[in-house]
Ligand binder design. Structure first.
Ligand SMILES: Nc1nc2c(ncn2[C@@H]2O[C@H](COP(=O)(O)OP(=O)(O)O)[C@@H](O)[C@H]2O)c(=O)[nH]1
Ligand SMILES: [Mg+2]
Length: 250
């Protein structure tokens, strides 16, 4: 099974060598890592090139000319992975919020499902305990109230960004119709996954805050994300609803 891990990066010079080293220690068969870098001023792209030079069979790099956003970085990376024959695609951030130690579990579950979601909101899942009450509340509100109310999604962690997709799942979604950039990208993928009837399973993760560097999430960004949920509903109004089963498995 060819498995491509897609990692978007913007200023992750310190995190990238560490996260990729951890991925390599998993010793996965058929593992390839695609880094999608948006001309990071801190030189992340050069570090990625260095990895690709050292391990040409494992690392691949897409350089984009400017900071074009997380959503299009993932769509770009997923499209590349499909074109290059991936059977499975793992999406994860570079900042250690998505611990590579969960990957074996994701791979085990994807045998029986179309997409496995590393979830903070199923039993056993957890947010960083350093989160303030306000931040915790906003995340809970976005996942458990807002997306549920506006989109009717049933996945508990609708904004999750740590997932393992079967190739066929991404094909069914149709990446060309995913238009969100930034953080609502996750919501759009969740919504369309449910609408096309993918078999979705959520598995608990502990979501740790980034260790190094800055989060790009700000209050205006959160507000925009909340409004954009309506756009997602409108955009996919003609996608045929299908009955979906969302399960939780520890
Ligand atoms: N290529 C690319 N990567 C991005 C962009 N914005 C964020 N990222 C990466 O996407 C991942 C998640 O971003 P992060 O700032 O940690 O988001 P947060 O965890 O929600 O605060 C990290 O690996 C970032 O480096 C972007 O515009 N382009
Ligand atoms: Mg992060």
């Amino acid at each position: 099974m060819k498995t491509v891990v897609v990692i978007p990066t913007y200023n992750e010079a310190e995190n990238l060598p560490a996260i990729t080293a951890e991925l390599l220690t998993l010793g996965m068969d058929g593992l390839e890592i695609l880094i999608v870098d948006d001309a990071s001023p801190d030189g992340t792209g050069r570090i990625a090139d260095g990895l690709a030079q050292r391990y040409p069979d494992t690392f691949h790099v897409i350089h984009r000319q400017a900071k074009l956003g997380l959503g299009t970085a993932y769509v770009h990376g997923f499209t590349w992975a499909l074109e290059n024959g991936a059977d499975l695609v793992i999406q994860m951030d570079a900042d250690f919020s998505h611990s590579p130690t969960y990957i074996p579990k994701l791979l085990e579950l994807v045998r029986d499902y179309d997409v496995v979601v590393g979830s903070r909101y199923v039993g056993g899942g957890q947010l960083d305990e350093r989160w303030s009450v306000w931040r915790w509340f906003l995340s809970w509100w976005a996942n458990s109230v807002w997306t549920r109310l506006i989109l009717g999604v049933r996945t508990k962690d609708a904004t999750a960004g740590f997932k393992c997709w079967r190739r066929t799942a991404l094909e069914q979604i149709g990446l060309e119709r995913i238009r969100s950039n930034g953080y609502v990208f996750q919501v759009e993928m969740t919504y369309v996954s449910e609408k096309v009837g993918l078999r979705i399973v959520e598995t608990p993760i502990y979501f740790e805050d980034r260790r190094i560097g800055q989060s790009k999430m700000t209050v205006p960004v959160k507000f925009e994300a909340a409004v954009r949920v309506f756009e997602i509903r409108w955009r996919h109004r003609h996608v045929k609803p299908a009955s979906v089963a969302i399960e939780a498995k520890a």
